[in-house]
Ligand binder design. Structure first.
Ligand SMILES: [Zn+2]
Length: 73
């Protein structure tokens, strides 16, 4: 399982780094909401867990790598 507190700290850190990008800060706010709902780290398309490596790279992502690649296929 994902350490939710650690993830939340990481996402909050990213907010400070990216707060000038309104589109991205919206995505980060959405990620924080999903942490609160307990759905963070679950792909919205296939409902499978998103890999920890992907979450560390893109903590606000809503889709796993497979679904993201299909989106651009
Ligand atoms: Zn997926």
């Amino acid at each position: 399982m994902i350490d939710q507190a650690a993830v939340q700290t990481e996402v909050e850190l990213q907010i400070h780094l990216y707060q000038t990008d309104s589109r991205l800060s919206r995505a980060i706010e959405d990620a924080l909401a999903r942490i609160n709902w307990g759905t963070f780290g679950v792909c919205e398309s296939c409902k499978r867990a998103i890999s920890k490596a992907r979450l560390e790279a893109v903590p606000w992502t809503r889709h796993c790598r497979d679904c993201k690649e299909q989106e651009h296929a």
